[in-house]
Write a protein that binds this ligand. Structure first.
Ligand SMILES: Nc1ncnc2c1ncn2[C@@H]1O[C@H](COP(=O)(O)OP(=O)(O)OP(=O)(O)O)[C@@H](O)[C@H]1O
Ligand SMILES: [Mg+2]
Length: 346
């Protein structure tokens, strides 16, 4: 192969690729490799351009053995960590032996892998805590508390609560995975949001009463039609109202307000806002960007005590994305919280 043929060949490869020529110079590099190595290094000794010890080692090894190797190479690029799988392979041109380096960006796969590992670790941890408690109580009921009816009553109560938590966690996980699966399928049923919110409020009124919270509906009482999946929207408002009662109930009131919007600029058309506001303790806005992450809780201990799995808002966010809507959270310490959902109307 002639040097210019090699250059054409390197340029035809869609991944970043460089060639080290028989004189140990950077003989060719395609435009994609410009992200990795300064093009002014072309025709200079490869060691001036390639400073990574991993790559230098690999090049030497290939030049010596004549066999290809694959190495992992990570570097910081535009303030981000980028991970490459680099295939270093030997070749030969008219002038003598050469080495090719071809770079495959693996960052996305790596990140997805990390997210999956974190998720599995979180789920296991969430299940392990209640399971350990239940197993501990079984042990106690069989042993020391065998003949103590008062202890039976108390421990069975705790075991029931812990089992409920596990069951809720499993159903939230299933629901999250279902929502993620249909996220790309747009819902197409015509649903009246006003009526739907009304029925969520009716369903949660007993819970609100038990905690002495006034649950009130404000805003328009007229039907507002959106293209939606009514079960999923029910899940959204149920979680937001339930959170308002559970975490903001000390304010004494949770208000759900429905406001039609003539034109929502982000959605480029008419919309409706459903805002759930409480007057409780609120939280530092620093948490807002992370609240919709799976398992994120502000006050881990308190929210676990209230039986929360920390999956509710992650599910809410996916459902709203599927409905092409917007989700906004506002809060400040001591000022309550406002969770607002904006949906396009049909
Ligand atoms: N209205 C609110 N006021 C104060 N904190 C809130 C409010 N809503 C949510 N949070 C905080 O956000 C966290 C995440 O809420 P999310 O609904 O995702 O989970 P959860 O309610 O703990 O569990 P689940 O909804 O699965 O039962 C809660 O644990 C709580 O710390
Ligand atoms: Mg919740």
């Amino acid at each position: 192969m002639q040097a210019d043929t090699v250059e054409a060949f390197v340029n035809a490869v869609p991944l970043p690729m460089v060639m080290i020529d028989p004189d140990a110079r950077l003989g060719a590099m395609n435009p994609q490799a410009g992200e990795l190595f300064d093009p002014t290094n072309l025709n200079r000794h490869y060691m001036t351009a390639i400073r990574s010890p991993v790559l230098l080692d690999a090049i030497e090894k290939v030049a010596r053995s004549g066999e290809a190797v694959k190495v992992r190479y990570s570097r910081s690029q535009n303030m981000k960590e980028v991970i490459y799988d680099v295939t270093v392979s030997p070749g030969r041109i008219a002038e003598g032996p050469v080495v090719f380096l071809c770079f495959e960006d693996r960052t996305d796969t790596e990140t997805a892998g990390q997210i999956r590992r974190d998720f599995v670790a979180n789920v296991s941890h969430e299940l392990k805590t209640p399971l350990t408690a239940v197993m501990g109580f079984i042990e106690t009921l069989r042993g020391p508390a065998k003949d103590d009816p008062a202890a039976h009553e108390r421990f069975l109560g705790i075991m029931a609560r812990e089992s409920e938590r596990m069951s809720r966690l499993v159903s939230d996980l299933l629901s999250l995975s279902r929502v993620e699966t249909d996220e790309r399928i747009r819902p197409d049923k015509r649903v009246d949001v006003t009526a739907l919110v009304g029925s969520c409020i009716r369903a949660l009124t007993p819970m609100a009463e038990k905690l002495s919270v006034d649950l009130v509906q404000r805003g328009t009482e007229d039907p507002v039609i959106v293209a939606a999946d009514s079960d999923q929207l029910t899940q959204v408002f149920t979680n937001l109202i339930e959170n308002g009662i559970k975490y903001g109930g000390s304010g004494g009131e949770v208000r759900v307000e429905i406001t039609p919007i003539a034109r929502e600029p982000m959605l480029r058309g008419p919309a409706v806002e459903i805002a759930v506001t409480d007057y409780g303790e609120g939280f530092d806005p620093i948490h807002i960007p992370r609240l919709t992450e799976r398992f994120y809780r502000i006050d881990d201990h308190r929210s676990r005590e209230k039986g929360g799995t920390g999956l509710g808002l992650a599910i809410v966010k996916h459902i709203i994305n599927r409905h092409r809507g917007l989700f906004k959270i506002q809060s400040a310490v001591g000022q309550g919280a406002r969770f607002s959902v904006i949906l396009p109307v049909v």
